[in-house]
Design a protein around this ligand. Structure first.
Ligand code: ATP
Ligand code: MG
Length: 236
């Protein structure tokens, strides 16, 4: 593999980025690499013993049995479940140092693991920090870190539009869309025609390969996640 990191983004919040991040990490591990995960910006965090804790980081740490601390996995945490920049502004927090803190944390985790899966926040155009009045988004972060993207999408009415809107975001090479994962974060009815037809339509119209279709998992224990991870095809 030429790259040693992937960036997981989604067509929306709640599409299953965290779950797919775990599946990708399990798959990379099954391919023989030591894989960690990184969630540089997390909003909607909970107070625990006087500190903010990211539920995503906590779940990933436990599910993947990671030795990395929650601070290492998720250094920049906000309480309100909002785009990070908006949550920061409402909390009176400066974002000035965020790009350096996020990058330093990434480099640190990269020095500890052979491969890192980075989970973004929301989708590509979510505002994360500002620089001299200019708004910086998840897209800017990916361009700066030059990472291949895995885009997680729903299988539902609206997916075609959301997916192509995300894929139309102009990245700066070498950042690129490497793969698409369709994920059912809610049960899909067998007669849901939009769900049955949208992945195929998208794959015909897009050059981005589909890396996997993850069904709704009734149980997401370690064995079920390992099984689901086997069906993901990483093409780097
Ligand atoms: N394939 C699946 N099967 C069962 N439950 C799922 C599946 N995918 C996601 N979920 C559940 O749906 C919810 C949202 O998923 P997840 O947290 O991974 O989304 P996200 O895109 O990371 O959200 P956020 O934008 O908040 O980070 C979680 O409760 C998760 O356990
Ligand atoms: Mg998440």
């Amino acid at each position: 593999m030429t790259q040693n990191a992937l960036f997981v983004t989604g067509t929306d919040t709640g599409v299953g980025k965290t779950l797919v991040t775990a599946l990708l990490a399990l798959k990379i591990r099954a391919m023989g690499f030591d894989c960690g995960v990184y969630k540089p910006f997390a909003s909607g965090c909970d107070w625990e013993n006087g500190a903010l804790v990211s539920p995503d980081a906590q779940w990933l740490q436990k599910t993947l049995d990671l030795g990395d601390s929650l601070d290492e996995i998720s250094p920049l945490r906000l309480e309100e479940p909002l785009a990070p920049l908006i949550a920061a502004r409402r909390a009176g927090i400066s974002t000035q140092d965020w790009p350096e803190i996020a990058r330093a944390g990434f480099d640190h985790l990269r020095s500890k693991h052979e491969f890192i899966i980075v989970e973004g926040v929301g989708g590509l155009l979510v505002p994360v920090w500002d620089e001299n009045e200019a708004i910086r988004t998840v897209e800017d972060l990916i361009n700066a870190w030059q990472l291949p993207i895995v885009l997680v999408a729903r299988r539902a009415l609206g997916t075609i539009n959301h997916t192509f809107l995300s894929l139309s975001v102009p990245l700066k090479a070498p950042a690129n869309f490497a793969g698409l994962v369709f994920n059912d974060s809610a049960p899909v009815a067998p007669d849901d025609i939009a769900a049955q037809t949208s992945p195929e339509f998208i794959s015909y119209q897009s050059a981005v390969p589909i890396w996997g279709q993850v069904p709704f998992l009734d149980c997401n224990d370690a064995a079920a996640l390992r099984r689901a991870a086997q069906s993901i095809e990483i093409e780097l």
